[in-house]
Design a protein around this ligand. Structure first.
Ligand code: AKG
Ligand code: FE2
Length: 304
């Protein structure tokens, strides 16, 4: 099955019922218009949001300025069961939010899927913009289902059989927005407990049945392949995921909210905003253990 692209994707009949949905890019991303997020939304709207999320992989909502931390938390709990980050302390004043800001740059400016060093990594993340730079500091997402589906058949077969170790002790990307000392402090917090999990390279999505590639910056090596060869193979597949055709890019305004399906995407920030302030708060939703094409689940290596 070939992934639908361009007009075919944009015009495909949708099952999002009551929502106003405007695709942003040809293969991933849609804006949902005229909806106020919060803990008050009824089941039919929540089901439509979930359907839009699984279909478009990342959905955007502008003008959610009414949301404060507790509003974001209440909405998060309507969407699923909220989980804290395994090592990073919660943002001051919140119950389970993670802050991305001048004090807390956790190496988000390279491509990743959130928390893949945990066997049951989050199924979705919700990011709310509190302070936006005048220009710069966009976030990008890539569709890892489209990336799998556009690989030649022989490479897909090879990928189906592979598994990889992911770890939170990873090399954080260089980031001119944060001092070297701050970066080192952040790194120490991020990997204060070492987490390692073995993930299938190809994950079967529990809701859509779609297959996606599980890679990103927590990748360490493929099981049964030495580190150097692993790095070359990683590079080939990761570059394929990052092709502009597989991506969407969002320019933030205060009050914007983005929600992504963390089982079918990677994302990264763009570190081009210099000393301008930029603050986002993220919540995450508990995910199931990833399962490969052969039915084998992911496995936690440490801590056990
Ligand atoms: O700062 C960003 O644009 C992305 C942050 C990120 O990786 C996340 O919220 O999971
Ligand atoms: Fe992230």
């Amino acid at each position: 099955m070939m992934h639908v692209v361009g007009q075919e994707y944009v015009n495909r009949p949708n099952n999002e019922g009551p929502l106003g949905v405007r695709p942003v890019a040809g293969m991933i991303g849609a804006e949902i218009v005229d909806l106020q997020l919060g803990g008050h939304l009824d089941d039919s709207i929540m089901a439509a949001i979930r359907a839009a999320l699984v279909r478009h992989k990342v959905i955007f909502f502008r003008g959610q300025n009414h949301l404060d931390d507790s509003g974001q938390e209440a909405f998060t709990e309507r969407l699923g069961s909220a989980v804290k980050h395994p090592t990073v302390p919660v943002a001051p004043g919140s119950n389970f939010l993670l802050e991305l800001g001048p004090e807390a740059g956790f190496g988000a400016s390279s491509w990743h899927t959130d928390v893949t060093f945990v066997e049951a990594y989050p199924e979705a993340s919700i990011l709310r913009c509190l302070v936006a730079p005048a220009a710069g500091g966009d976030t990008m997402w890539a569709n890892t289902v489209a990336a799998y589906e556009t690989l030649p058949e022989v490479l897909r077969s090879m990928c189906n059989a592979l598994r990889a170790v992911h770890c939170n002790d990873f090399e954080m990307p260089e980031n001119s927005e944060i001092s070297a000392e701050q970066m080192e402090r952040n790194r120490q917090i991020f990997s204060s407990t070492i987490f390692k999990a073995e993930q299938p390279l190809v994950r079967v999505h529990p809701e859509s049945g779609e297959r996606s590639l599980v890679l990103g910056h927590f990748f360490q090596k493929f099981v049964g392949i030495d580190s150097r060869t692993s790095a070359r193979l990683f590079d080939l597949l990761q570059r394929h995921i990052e092709k502009p055709e597989h991506t969407v890019r969002w320019r933030w305004s205060v009050g914007d909210v983005a929600i992504w399906d963390n089982r079918a995407t990677q994302h990264r920030s763009v570190a081009d905003f210099g000393k301008q302030n930029r603050v986002l708060r993220r919540s995450t939703i508990h995910g199931e253990v990833a399962v490969g094409v052969d039915g084998r689940p992911a496995r936690q290596i440490c801590p056990t």
